[in-house]
Design a binder for this molecule. Structure first.
Ligand SMILES: [Zn+2]
Length: 1048
């Protein structure tokens, strides 16, 4: 292979690039462009009246005096572009500089944060023996008057009767079955919007009582529910879980009752009646209710323990002393006072934290507080940072720590008098005294080696093997980078980004480029000794974009040409990351690697992988190996990367298995992002990729970050989930942390809490900004504590609970059989609901399922998690898809997990074309779809456009520009731009959805009764899935049975 001399054939630089308008009117619409946010820091003078929308950076495209000249030819070794003092021509094998200690990167190491699954099941002790219920509002009204009075038609209904699960073989479920109606949530209590529920009487449960009613329960223990013969499809286990009897299908076992397996077993006669889907809790209704109840008022954070509106509600946040729910959401805002209570309830206590979350334009960004050389004021003992909950005493000379109670002297420069209420008179002038979130400028003490950091660097590392070149990917990336480099994140009002850039291409060998501004042409240096990676040049590798613009443009023009004729199909991967890491080490800075990679790295090199994909392992004890890395090489490399602040973002373009579980390790542990475009095709996938790339390059990111969560006495952070690395039990280290990443933290009791003092969290994130400034971002949150379980159940947030449970389960599959993980999830949720039924709900019949109002969606959402591709793979799902999803979910915030597990389904033919509003969403079930309508379904990764067979021709014409249903092409990945109100409306809805998500969603057109509809149906999560996932109705019945088992 040689480096060919080619003339530049790309479009003349300086002309607008196609598809590039996205920057001016960002596709991320309405939001300030990343890179700008800090411009709003300013002198803090009390509450800021407003917030000015940052001006998006205008790309002053400077026409470089570029020519069509090119990289000179050279042979593979080192190109001899002699240029004065440039270091080139050094043979790879003898290059003296930057050689790392030879042994370090290759040591085998420990596996990543494993968690024992058994501990998940048993850590809370034995399940409470009790009863349960499905419930509702807290107004004291007993719900379910209908349910308790309805005579139970024996043998009917859901629950445990043998008739519960129809012996369906996968035939569509008939719509609403006749039968006794199931009263659900009939209580019309007030919405749970009271800020502070201390200890009111137990909420009246919203009763979901099945037609099958057991004998009434007297008090909490009634007669045991009637016993039933074992179901044909499953057997009861001692632990209350169930197991699928081996049916003819063995590949996708572990299904619920009511799955296709069932039908193949001899069984009792079909049930005459079913649960009416309209009578069970509806996610859509809950979302709509919250919107109408809580969307109009701002959420003011001044009150302890307030449950915020749902993530699906648009609301404004006013920081009055607690962190916005955009930064922190909790599973419960009222924590049990004792660990016994917490164990009894089984409700996990966790916070989902997004420290650098992007705020809407009308909310105020955290102020930056500069205490000069003395740095932030902290507690002497626990080192908590000054916050609104610190108590000033002795006339303001000392303060008592709200976390550890230690008393600390106020430093002289920080002294201030107290007013008659004991509040400092400068309270409103200081963000750290009056706000939940703020930043401190860090002093040199907070810097590595006691040295202020250099600005970070971005290194673009492009796979130039055969597939990458042939698909047009290499050219696409190079073209995009030419303009994208003008949009690197910048700080505040800075004219240009402080981030330096570097470029590497690779296949089996690595090519480094010298793009120093004094060069007339870029120079290439090849390192073919990949066994011991080093960077062959120091000077000229990382450069300022503006200074080196001409050379960079020239390089990007030439790369596609240089490799146009490559025949090299093999790639390396480990050495690529090592090279980036070494370059950052040499430059003594943190940074991010953007790696564009296409294939399993089988070339001889450290980190070489083999194809070990084996779908036969699904549903075996070895299934977990599919999620584990095949070598510890990348774990060790990740550790080195974190130490340097080298974050790795990975863009994958596989045409076959490339082992995401292994390749993704470094990305995962460095806080990076992974993107996957299987079977990448330029025409259909470039928009999605380019949108993702643009957003990824531009978004706000903190480097070399360490996060610690402090808590008040009585609880402590015990477990962490997310994309990071931990070298001890308290510090979450991330080479990079961007505005989309969350860390989920679990808390456990280590002492009693008090209702008076409540509980406090302080999340402190130390990071380096994109301009190289060292900062601390602080988020504080105060929670209530309770001695009554009812208060716990009244202040939970199910969306956050699901976020936590999904992450817990997704980590569990690394170490336990997937079935064990699923069973554990079911068991834990059954225990949560059983504890409620036993302790909080009014006595009622065992035939009633009674759920706490704010957990009434727990069963439906839990079922979605259980049916997700990681825990129960769909037919078309690959091993890489599962590893990819597993990794994505681990960093998702609550809004993302919400829509990912329960997609949003919008009937667009019902949309009002004259308004900006979205049509009301509908439930994810086939029976809700009408043949005469068109629907959008989005889950954060994909958008489906489903077209019914009977849609009016006029609508088809307006949306697709064709005259009939049969002419609609399902290969479209975008809707045609047509000048009519319906087309505009649908496209604007799609744009609106794209803007809300952190990734650009793939658009897929699905025609009813077409082949692709199978794929679409996987997302109709209330229905039974093709691979055995239970329908919502069936799962609810199953949960009810589990709960009754626990209570009997
Ligand atoms: Zn303290």
């Amino acid at each position: 292979m040689s480096v060919n001399q080619q003339t530049h054939t790309g479009p003349p630089y300086g002309q607008p690039q196609p598809g590039y308008q996205g920057y001016q009117q960002p596709a991320y619409g309405g939001q300030p462009l990343p890179g700008v946010p800090h411009s709003q820091y300013g002198v803090y003078n009390g509450p800021m009246p407003g917030y000015q929308q940052p001006v998006p950076p205008q790309g002053s495209v400077r026409a470089p005096s570029t020519s069509g000249t090119s990289l000179s030819s050279g042979h593979l070794g080192y190109s001899p572009f002699g240029q004065g003092d440039v270091q080139n021509g050094i043979p790879a094998s003898t290059a003296p500089m930057q050689r790392p200690p030879a042994s370090q990167p290759f040591l085998p190491g420990s596996a990543p944060v494993p968690v024992s699954q058994t501990s998940m099941l048993q850590q809370y002790g034995p399940p409470p023996a009790s009863v349960q219920q499905l419930s509702n509002h807290m107004a004291g009204m007993t719900i379910g008057s209908t349910s308790t009075s309805a005579p139970p038609p024996a043998g009917l209904g859901y629950g445990i009767g043998p008739s519960s699960y129809p012996p369906t073989t996968g035939a569509p479920r008939p719509p609403t079955m006749p039968g006794p109606p199931l009263p659900v949530q009939t209580a019309a209590g007030p919405p749970t919007s009271q800020p502070n529920h201390v200890s009111s009487p137990p909420p009246p449960p919203s009763t979901l009582s099945g037609p099958y009613q057991g004998p009434p329960m007297s008090g909490l223990r009634g007669p045991p529910p009637p016993t039933h013969p074992p179901q044909p499809g499953y057997q009861m286990q001692q632990n209350g879980s169930f197991e699928q009897v081996r049916g003819p299908q063995t590949n996708y076992g572990g299904a619920y009752p009511g799955t296709p397996n069932y039908g193949s077993q001899p069984g009792p006669p079909p049930p005459p009646k079913r649960l009416d889907p309209d009578s069970i809790p509806s996610p859509i209704q809950v979302i709509e209710d919250d919107r109408s109840n809580r969307g109009s008022e701002p959420f003011v954070t001044g009150v302890r323990g307030q449950v915020p509106p749902l993530v699906t509600t648009n609301f404004l946040v006013k920081d009055q002393g607690n962190a916005s729910p955009r930064y922190i959401r909790c599973t419960s805002y009222n924590i049990p006072c004792t660990s016994d209570m917490a164990k009894q309830s089984q409700v996990p206590l966790a916070a989902v934290i997004k420290p650098l979350a992007t705020l809407p334009p009308d909310e105020t960004l955290p102020y930056l507080v500069d205490h000069g050389e003395s740095g932030p004021v902290r507690c002497n003992r626990c080192k908590a940072y000054m916050c609104p909950f610190m108590q000033f005493i002795e006339g303001g000379r000392r303060f008592q720590c709200c976390f550890c109670s230690c008393v600390t002297e106020v430093p002289p420069h920080y002294f201030q008098h107290l007013d008659h209420t004991g509040k400092r008179v400068d309270f409103y002038d200081r963000p750290e005294l009056s706000l939940g979130s703020y930043e401190f400028l860090a002093t040199v003490d907070y810097c590595k080696n006691n040295k202020f950091p250099s600005p970070p660097a971005f290194i673009f590392m492009i796979d130039v093997s055969y597939n990458a070149v042939k698909s047009g990917l290499v050219r696409l990336i190079c073209e995009e980078l030419k303009s994208l480099l003008d949009y690197l994140p910048r700080e505040g009002n800075m004219e240009e980004s402080a981030i330096r850039v570097g470029f590497v291409t690779y296949n089996k060998v690595l090519h480094f480029y010298n793009v120093k501004s004094s060069l007339a042409q870029p120079q290439m240096m090849v390192v073919s000794d990949v066994a011991d990676m080093f960077v062959p040049l120091l000077d000229g590798f990382l450069v300022n974009v503006n200074e080196s613009r001409t050379v960079i443009i020239s390089l990007l023009d030439q790369i596609p040409e240089m490799f146009a004729d490559t025949r090299e199909t093999e790639t390396v991967f480990g050495p690529v990351i090592q090279a980036g890491l070494e370059a950052l080490k040499a430059a003594e800075c943190a940074g991010k690697l953007f790696i564009f990679h296409t294939s399993l790295p089988i070339a001889e090199a450290p980190g070489k992988l083999k194809n070990r994909d084996d779908k036969k392992l699904i549903n075996t004890d070895k299934e977990k190996t599919l999620f584990q890395p095949q070598t510890s090489f990348y774990n060790n490399l990740a550790k080195d990367c974190v130490a340097q602040g080298c974050c790795v973002d990975l863009f994958l373009f596989p045409n076959q298995y490339l082992d995401v579980a292994t390749l993704g390790i470094v990305t995962y542990q460095t806080g990076g992002s992974i993107y996957k475009y299987a079977y990448f095709q330029l025409e259909t996938d470039q928009d999605r990729f380019l949108n993702d790339l643009r957003r990824d390059v531009q978004k706000e990111v903190g480097f070399d970050a360490v996060m610690r969560v402090r808590t008040s006495t009585g609880i402590r952070a015990t477990d962490f989930f997310g994309a990071f690395f931990m070298s001890n039990t308290t510090d979450v280290e991330m080479a990079g942390l961007d505005c989309d990443k969350t860390i989920t933290v679990e808390f456990k009791h280590d002492d009693k809490l008090s209702e008076d003092s409540g509980a406090l969290l302080q999340c402190a994130l130390l990071y380096t900004s994109c301009a190289g400034q060292r900062r601390l971002r602080i988020h504080n949150l105060s929670l209530n504590c309770c001695t009554q379980l009812a208060d716990l159940y009244r202040n939970c947030e199910t969306d956050t609970l699901i976020n936590y449970l999904a992450k817990y389960a997704y980590r569990g599959v690394l170490n336990s059989p997937v079935k064990t993980v699923r069973d554990a999830l079911i068991n834990q949720c059954a225990q949560i609901l059983a504890c409620y039924r036993k302790n909080c709900a009014s006595p009622s019949s065992a035939g009633q399922l009674i759920l706490p109002e704010c957990m009434k969606l727990l069963p439906v959402y839990l079922n979605c998690v259980l049916k997700s591709d990681v825990l129960q793979p769909g037919l078309e799902v690959t091993t890489d898809d599962r590893a990819y999803i597993r990794q994505l979910v681990t960093s998702m915030d609550v809004a993302e997990t919400n829509v990912f597990f329960y997609p949003r389904l919008l009937p667009v033919t019902k949309a009002d074309v004259d308004s900006d509003s979205l049509p009301a969403a509908i439930r994810n079930s086939e029976e809700r779809l009408s043949k005469g309508d068109i629907y959008l379904l989005e889950n954060g990764l994909n958008i489906f456009v489903w077209v019914g067979v009977n849609v009016q021709q006029g609508l088809i014409q307006n949306l697709f520009g064709v005259s009939s249903f049969s002419q609609i092409s399902s290969t479209l990945n975008t809707l045609p731009v047509l000048e009519n109100p319906f087309s505009k409306k649908v496209r604007s809805i799609i744009d609106m959805l794209q803007v809300q998500r952190s990734r650009y969603m793939k658009l897929i057109i699905v025609k009813q009764e077409d082949k692709l509809e199978m794929l679409f149906k996987q997302f109709l999560v209330e229905d039974k899935s093709l691979t055995g996932g239970a329908s919502y109705v069936d799962f609810l019945c199953h949960m009810h049975k589990e709960i009754r088992q626990l209570l009997s």
